[in-house]
Design a protein around this ligand. Structure first.
Ligand code: PDD
Length: 280
């Protein structure tokens, strides 16, 4: 695989980053994941806008190649012959040459890494076809989840808790209310209405979320942007989650409570079809 690192396209085993990189020592970095379907980048502009915002919220310098990111993505898709898959992009505050809590002096170049992950079967996902089983776990992340930082230890722990419980993923709960999934935004459907938490610092402002809500509105579906409780979710007609890697994925079980008879619900299935059709 060819990867991109600070201006160069390199074989993956030749791409090296310093042990003093702030991303490595402090998780001082932000990232984006863009999906590829039929060799085409999905919602790239949205991911770029959110990247700019994450960098700015953390007073992080934009990488010199900021204006070339689309070209870099396209080049990697071509070089690695990606038909279906993901492009991962990460910017860290770079290498100050030593460990120090304070940000490095201005002019320290950020580290920019971009690589591809081939995922054949992303659109025809078996998980989306059977529907995901989720468990609930307490949301123990920090208070700025709207910034897409690389500090993903708690989401990893939560995914491992789900795996140990024989589930596919976890939904995070704070004060009895579902915030989001470990790596996706969470929705329930009740009496034909789509309910999802409103945007705030509590959740990531999903690019897929924005697109799916737009398609749902265009299809005259009713949307309520508000918090919902875990009990409400278990009692919902159906549930689903959205992300760049999972598009729209139906949820068929929450903490062992079956939803929509344990099979993907009609609204989630329809939104997944619309999202993939519109993206292709
Ligand atoms: N995760 N919420 C969280 C906590 C996320 O990590 C993600 C994305 C989302 C959905 O955002 P979007 O629709 O822009 O992908 C919501 C990516 C896919 C990941 O970490 O791999």
């Amino acid at each position: 695989r060819t990867v991109y690192l600070n201006g160069d396209y390199l074989p993956e085993d030749e791409a090296k980053v310093s042990v003093f990189d702030r991303g490595f020592l402090m998780a001082d970095g932000v990232y984006e994941v863009t999906s590829v379907l039929g060799g085409k980048l999905i919602d790239f502009d949205g991911h770029l806008v959110r990247l700019r915002r994450s960098l700015s919220e953390l007073d992080m310098q934009e990488p010199a190649a900021m204006g070339d990111l689309l070209e870099i993505h396209r080049e990697l898709v071509a070089r690695n012959e990606i038909d279906e898959g993901l492009i991962y992009l990460q910017v860290t505050r770079g290498n100050p040459g030593d460990r120090d809590f304070h940000y490095p002096p201005e002019g320290t170049a950020p580290t920019l890494v971009v690589f591809t992950q081939a995922k054949p079967g992303l659109a025809a996902s078996p998980l989306a076809q059977r529907g995901a089983r989720v468990i609930s776990v307490p949301d123990m992340r920090w208070g700025r989840r709207d910034i897409k930082t690389v500090q993903l230890l708690y989401p990893s722990m939560a995914k491992m808790m789900a795996q140990k419980a024989g589930a596919d993923d976890a939904w995070l709960v704070q004060d009895g209310l579902v915030t989001e999934g470990t790596s996706n935004n969470a929705y329930i459907v009740k009496d034909g209405r789509i309910i999802t938490r409103a945007l705030s610092n509590d959740i990531l402002h999903g690019i897929t979320r924005a697109a799916v809500l737009r398609f749902a509105r265009e299809a005259q579906m009713e949307i309520e942007e508000r918090s919902f409780t875990l009990d409400e979710a278990k009692d919902a007609d159906e549930a689903f989650f959205t992300s760049a890697s999972g598009f729209v994925t139906p949820v068929v079980e929450i903490d062992g409570c079956k939803l929509s008879g344990g099979t993907p619900g009609a609204v989630a299935t329809r939104l997944r079809e619309i999202y993939i059709d519109e993206s292709l």
